[in-house]
Design a protein around this ligand. Structure first.
Ligand code: BGC
Length: 756
């Protein structure tokens, strides 16, 4: 006993000293970086600034020290083989950094980011990224191109699915939580990755929602809405950023000195490195700001893009330096940034992945459990008339629709190394929950792809599940009659409709938000049976549902829930879990309303029921469902709001040190335990510029038993109540502010406070 304790102590001490040895001080890193840079030839420097895909040629270049990073190389063995080429053959043995898109999980696929942001559960998001980092590193990936933190107000844009929605405050919280999760306590830990906040910046505001498009935006909108999540990621210590494809006010993302250097480096003191997006340096030729790759390289490098992704443009660096067009100091600074991250990531100590971890760390039951929990929390109950939900476990359920047993689409786009065969479909989840004998299945219709392809990142299709459930067999053409028959024989019909996974994501924007194909016809036919019908919508964006509330009593937005989709959906549908997800994006009634977002400014003629001229003649300006909205199986009552601003006397001009304190009582006035996402909104009534009608400033998930109540409290620092004045200085205007504690962005209880 005594001996084993001593042994334990020795092990602990040893582990601590190893950890200390691994954590080089900043100073040590700087001197190692400088020493390396001094030894490098210009070709080796250009190599560090070059990322490539793996080919026989690029792997040979790597052995010569002419490549800094690879992307898309997966699996410990393959990664180690390529790394060995560098560590054993190159002159300076600078390890490669292996990058990959781990957007919502690596092999254990979590709900798509737009969905999981709606959980408002930051610790759980952090945990999910911890798992993603652990799985990715087990497979040799040390750098993830995530989090994607682009604010988006346009659901036509396919990439809205990859981000946290429309709100800069929520977006910033999510960005920071994800960076913490990916990078862990220390990027050098074997199970941590280097994160990459992308796409810098304003990519979410592309014109018309068309991917890669132009953005023209005021400095105010940029700083108040689109930059904050990036700033939050930088403050959370993110190792890298990726520049965006789009041009901003005429300047392409890779060539924008103002955003990449003035703001990112000089204002925010970012010390990591910036990688271009895929081929974006070369794309300066198409943008028309460069005539050739050499000019493109000059523009991008000088603006502040340190590493060039895959297009090889930075191979022109040696020539540019030799001809005197590019100062060596610019190259050296970029190289230093890349090397610094490589040291901080512990790559010089541990260049190789540990192949044993692939078998133990990936797709474990615990990882799946977290995916299930996050999926449960991400689902948003949009309608539940007559309390149709939760469904009863002893009734017969007709499970209908093209997505009910589609494995690939459960994962969503950009699904990392996700495999369709790992996914639990809704049909499987429901059958597991209530027994196969209670389930009738019919696909009803197929979802056809679009003419221009279903988009990037779609995972390989898998055969539908074999649940043994009575109904349409695979291979038989889809048929609405089967669906009608199933509904007629059942007590209730649940329709799984929406989009295929590949209909959102990169290069997957849409001009309409309609349910593709014949899905509306399917819904009409099933509704006509007279049976109670509910919709479960799976999609990566809000779709046009304006017709739906009049037709069906219950609608749940499940998004693309990930590998545990079917289990999580069944947990919520049958009431084992009460839904608590909220919309991270306003849900338009029609494409014609876009952009529609909650934190808009007031106009001189604010909308009111008796004022037709404030919006459209043929439609209200209000979205179908607002940001922050989502129902529960219970009711919550809000009362007793107290708001007070306390001014710290030490505050000096330009130094905001007061705090807003808000409390309110929230009660579960129903008869089920459930979680409420309590939201804090503020409005500055009079400021030098027109301010949004509401701005989210805090939130808390509150779990309450039947009848239970809790006083929820929020504190907001004075600085965070401010805005830019007309000269773009940050100010916190004195005066009266409105404050709401609310279940969504339009209702809630109201109060005011004075900021003196
Ligand atoms: C996307 C990025 C992604 C990169 C590498 C690009 O097309 O815009 O988000 O990280 O490819 O896969």
């Amino acid at each position: 006993m005594f001996r084993s304790r001593r042994l334990h102590l020795v092990v602990v001490l040893l582990a601590a000293s190893v950890a200390a040895a691994q954590q080089m001080s900043d100073q040590e890193i700087e001197s190692k970086v400088n020493a390396l840079v001094q030894k490098m030839t210009i070709e080796e420097k250009a190599g560090q600034l070059t990322q490539m895909g793996l080919t026989p040629q690029s792997s040979e270049l790597a052995r010569q020290g002419r490549v800094g990073s690879f992307l898309g190389v997966l699996g410990a063995k393959q990664v180690n083989d390529v790394q060995r080429g560098v560590m054993e053959h190159s002159r300076l043995k600078v390890p490669l950094l292996f990058g990959y898109d781990v957007i919502h999980g690596y092999r254990t696929v979590f709900p798509v980011p737009l969905a999981s942001a709606g959980s408002f559960d930051m610790p759980l998001l952090e945990q999910a990224e911890r798992i993603a980092a652990k799985e990715a590193t087990a497979s040799g990936v040390k750098w993830v191109f995530a989090p994607m933190v682009d604010i988006a107000r346009d659901p036509r844009w396919g990439r809205i699915v990859e981000g946290a929605g429309e709100d800069p405050y929520l977006g910033s919280q999510v960005a920071a939580a994800k960076v913490r999760g990916f990078q862990g306590k220390n990027m050098a830990d074997r199970d941590s990755v280097v994160a990459c906040a992308k796409h810098y910046v304003a990519y979410g505001a592309v014109e018309g929602g068309r991917d890669y498009n132009t953005v023209d935006m005021s400095e105010r909108l940029l700083r108040e809405v689109y930059l904050p999540p990036f700033h939050a990621a930088v403050n959370a210590g993110v190792g890298t950023l990726m520049s965006a494809f789009n041009d901003l006010n005429g300047i392409p993302g890779v060539a924008n000195h103002h955003t990449l250097t003035d703001i990112l480096r000089n204002e925010w003191n970012f010390r990591g490195f910036v990688v271009s997006d895929w081929g974006a340096v070369h794309e300066l030729l198409a943008h028309g700001t460069a005539a050739d790759d050499a000019q493109a390289t000059l523009e991008a490098l000088k603006a502040g893009v340190d590493m060039d992704m895959v297009d090889g443009a930075y191979q022109s660096i040696p020539e540019l330096v030799k001809s005197g067009k590019l100062p060596m100091s610019v190259v050296d600074e970029a190289v230093r940034r890349v090397l610094r991250v490589k040291f901080e990531a512990g790559l010089f100590d541990h260049p190789y992945a540990d192949p044993a971890r692939e078998a133990t760390d990936i797709l474990t039951p615990e990882n799946r459990e977290t995916a299930r929990k996050l999926a449960q929390e991400s689902m948003v109950l949009l309608e539940n008339k007559g309390d149709l939900l939760p469904l009863k476990k002893n009734e017969t359920v007709a499970v209908i629709g093209p997505l009910a047993d589609d494995k690939a689409s459960q994962l969503g786009p950009w699904a990392g190394d996700g495999q369709a065969k790992d996914a639990v479909t809704p049909l499987e989840g429901i059958a597991a929950k209530i027994g196969k004998e209670h389930v009738l299945y019919a696909k009803g219709v197929d979802i056809p792809g679009f003419e221009h392809g279903v988009g990037a990142g779609v995972v390989a299709p898998a055969p539908p599940s074999a649940t043994g459930v009575v109904g349409q067999e695979s291979g038989k053409p889809a048929n609405i009659d089967d669906a009608v028959k199933a509904a007629t024989q059942a007590d209730v019909a649940v329709l799984f409709v929406g989009e295929l996974a590949g209909m959102t994501g990169e290069a997957s924007s849409r001009a309409t938000l309609d349910l593709p194909g014949d899905q509306r016809k399917l819904i009409d036919a099933v509704v006509a049976t007279g049976k109670p019908v509910m919709l479960v919508l799976e999609s990566g964006r809000p779709l046009d549902l304006s017709w739906a509330p009049a037709q069906v009593p219950a609608i749940m937005q499940a998004w693309f829930p990930g590998v545990e989709a079917g289990n999580a959906i069944a947990d919520v549908l049958f009431g084992d879990v009460s839904p608590s997800g909220r919309l991270a994006v306003s849900w338009p009634r029609s494409v014609g309303q876009i952009p529609v977002y909650y934190n808009h400014n007031n106009t001189g003629r604010p909308a009111a029921p008796d004022r037709w001229h404030t919006g459209y003649l043929d439609m209200t300006s209000q979205p179908l469902y607002p940001f922050g909205y989502g129902l529960s199986y219970t009711k919550f009552t809000y009362r007793d709001l107290k708001a007070e601003f306390t001014n710290a006397r030490i505050a000096t001009k330009g130094n905001h040190q007061g705090t807003l304190h808000v409390t309110a009582e929230v009660q579960n006035s129903g008869n089920r335990e459930a979680t409420e996402v309590v939201q804090l909104y503020v409005r500055d009534r009079v400021a030098p510029t027109s301010r949004p009608v509401r701005e989210l400033k805090g939130f808390e998930r509150v779990r309450l038993g039947p009848g239970e109540s809790k006083t929820v409290s929020f504190s907001v620092q004075e600085h965070d109540l401010g805005s830019y004045d007309p000269e773009m200085h940050w100010i916190v205007p004195p005066g009266t502010y409105d404050v709401w504690v609310a279940p969504d962005s339009v209702t809630g209880i109201h109060g005011t406070f004075e900021l003196k």
